[in-house]
Write a protein that binds this ligand. Structure first.
Ligand code: ZN
Length: 374
């Protein structure tokens, strides 16, 4: 039996689930989607992550073949301090905009690929395999996809589509992130006798000045540009009249695909000073797919056919679950394409364009048709 699901109505259903992370509490939303997908013939697994939190893996078609994978997260960022002018969980539609937290980032993306997959379920059941990876806890650092990877739940896939907000433009990659905390140490003394101590703040200050001029020594990526480094926080000292014996800084490095994070960390350690304690807070590699890769080229052609917009190679300004999933799935071609508006992610009064959601259902549907008719 073919079911017809409306992508816009399903987006509104998903926005109504309060999956603000923290705490997330994605279980009810994931179970709701699992019911819909199971009724259409998908095999669904709700994989527990923590109390009230699950990932959903839904598969259909030949279980032995490498599947086409879609991924999207169902957690959202908090509402923020600024008051909303609309109910963030009502999914109100006005002037062609569907409002709500997660409408763009990225419940519309999940709703669109679920709607497209459900409408084609009978054909997919006899096809080469499709896998939907609907994750929890993406916004706080891809913890949901990391849990699936660590549990060995991911197998090789032929391609991966990430439904993060791109306004239905195919993005062919994004930078990686390496977040470090560095602590410098010294010896405290009375502030009137600095010569009796060893000032940890001076060590941090010198390190920060050297970091500002850090040379990555890599060629600029033709599309994603060059890697960047930002010292985001610095703190040290207890009071004005003591020599500080500890200072701490946090460093946000955005890398380009192919950069070796372990080597990079070594280089940064050399610049900060071997005596500092350096801790990795977050470590995710970048993503890149050559747009000429056959599957990528077909997806780009399909998107262009639906939106009428010419393709320009570009990367996403954010990182995605692909940093975890793409390597875990055997590094298949990966495209980021979703109906949400990139600039609406994490905004007060976040909205998605209703017209883009319909387009995404059509694009994803054609990607599935292309997949099963290979
Ligand atoms: Zn997102």
């Amino acid at each position: 039996m073919t079911m017809d699901l409306d992508g816009v109505a399903l987006t509104r259903d998903l926005v109504a689930f309060r999956t603000v992370n923290p705490p997330g509490e994605e279980r009810a939303c994931a179970a709701f989607l699992a019911d819909i997908l199971a009724a259409a013939g998908f095999s669904c697994t709700l994989a527990p992550l923590a109390e009230g939190r699950v990932n959903l893996i839904a598969t259909i078609g030949d279980a032995a073949a490498e599947p086409l994978a879609f991924t999207g997260h169902i957690d959202t960022v908090p509402l923020g301090a600024k008051p909303w002018s609309v109910d963030p969980f009502a999914g109100e539609i006005a002037d062609g905009r569907l409002y709500g937290r997660g409408s763009s980032d990225m419940k519309s993306g999940v709703a669109a690929f679920v709607a497209a997959a459900v409408s084609r379920a009978p054909r997919l059941a006899d096809g080469p395999g499709v896998m939907l990876l609907i994750t929890a806890a993406e916004e706080t650092g891809c913890e949901g996809s990391l849990a699936m990877q660590d549990a060995g739940m991911l197998r090789r896939a032929a391609a991966l589509l990430v439904g993060e907000p791109t306004g239905n433009r195919p993005f062919v990659g994004h930078k990686g992130a390496l977040w470090l905390k560095a602590v410098t140490h010294g010896v405290t003394a009375h502030g009137s006798m600095p010569e009796a101590g060893d000032n940890a703040v001076y060590k941090a200050a010198h390190a920060i000045v050297r970091l500002e001029d850090f040379d990555f020594n890599v060629a600029r990526h033709p599309v994603l540009g060059k890697p960047t480094l930002n010292v985001g926080t610095v703190a040290g000292g207890l009071n004005i009249n003591s020599v500080p014996d500890r200072a701490e800084m946090q460093i946000d490095v955005r890398t380009i695909p192919g950069q070796d994070h372990a080597l990079l960390r070594e280089g940064l350690t050399g610049v900060i000073g071997e005596a500092a304690d350096i801790e990795t807070l977050f470590d995710l590699g970048g993503i890149w797919t050559d747009p000429a890769t056959p599957w990528a080229a077909r997806v780009i052609g399909i998107a262009q056919g639906v939106t009428g917009e010419a393709f320009t190679p570009q990367g996403a300004p954010y990182f995605t679950d692909a940093s975890v999933l793409t390597p875990a799935l055997g590094s298949p071609p990966t495209i980021i394409l979703g109906p949400g508006e990139t600039a609406q992610a994490h905004q007060t009064d976040e909205y998605a364009l209703v017209s883009r959601i319909g387009q995404a259902v059509e694009i994803y549907g054609r990607i599935l048709d292309d997949w099963v008719s290979r």
